[in-house]
Design a protein around this ligand. Structure first.
Ligand code: PGA
Length: 244
């Protein structure tokens, strides 16, 4: 069995470069000692350069988004965008795509996400594709339908998808209401049925050191996508330990 992947999604945090360096350094020391899990840190774009300089082998870097064009030159006339090539140059091996916050606030459609996936995969990034139902879809029992639909549209024209999928129920993100392990397990099985047993499936949504081990051990997830708790070094390290 391969190591669980524990991904820190810092979102739009912290507020200063100094704080980002401090946060990274305090996670780095502890994470390097835990050999049985792979830690991936996804800071805001703007901190990637400084963190890359402080990176150590054993900790992977990722981005929270990328643009859907990856021109051979690595750039082009796309104001405000960051290409997969630029991310690779700053040491990123992973990219999170389709996060529900981007689907919501940036109005990213499945079509946009599909284009980004194609560019990221071509650009040599490992993709973590986020899918998940919102609260009303959950209440209506539409979880599986929503996920199947998202996977179909997001992965259109992509054969042999070799990235990971993160199941993130939207109602569980940042709310402290994590998904019941037995329910999450069913979704894990469902995604693997569609994409193949070898596709790593991560769980995300109010992960903490209390529930982290359960998702790996009892629900069979291959990793975790951690938001709020990844900003607290002690708690995040505890999560990595529990997963390992
Ligand atoms: P959370 O966020 O851990 O704060 O719920 C998870 C995510 O949005 O990836």
């Amino acid at each position: 069995m391969s190591k669980p992947i524990i991904v820190a999604n810092w979102k739009c945090n912290p507020a200063t470069q100094k704080e980002a360096e401090l946060l990274f350094n305090s996670v780095k020391k502890g994470a390097l000692k835990i050999k049985k899990a792979e830690a991936v840190i996804c800071p805001p774009f703007i901190y990637l350069g400084t963190i890359y300089k402080r990176q150590a082998t054993g900790i992977k870097l990722g981005a929270q988004n990328c643009f859907w064009e990856n021109p051979p030159t690595g750039g082009g006339a796309f104001t405000g965008e960051i290409s997969p090539r630029m991310l690779r140059d700053l040491g990123c091996s992973y990219v999170i795509l389709g996060h529900s916050e981007r689907r919501r606030y940036q109005r990213e459609s499945d079509r946009d996400i599909n284009k980004k996936l194609i560019a990221a995969l071509k650009g040599g990034l490992k993709v973590i594709l986020c899918v998940g139902e919102n609260e009303s879809e959950n209440k209506k029992g539409k979880t599986f339908e929503v996920i199947k639909n998202q996977l179909k549209k997001d992965l259109k024209l992509i054969s042999n998808f070799n990235g990971s999928v993160a199941y993130e129920p939207v109602w569980a993100i940042g709310t402290g209401k994590s998904c019941r392990v037995q329910d999450a397990k069913k979704v894990n099985t469902f995604i693997k049925k569609i994409l193949g047993k070898k596709t790593p499936v991560l769980y995300g949504g109010s992960v903490n050191s209390q529930n982290a081990g359960d998702y790996i051990k009892n629900a069979g997830f291959n990793g975790l996508l951690v938001g709020g708790a990844s900003l607290k070094p002690k708690e995040f390290l505890e999560i990595i330990k529990k997963a390992a």
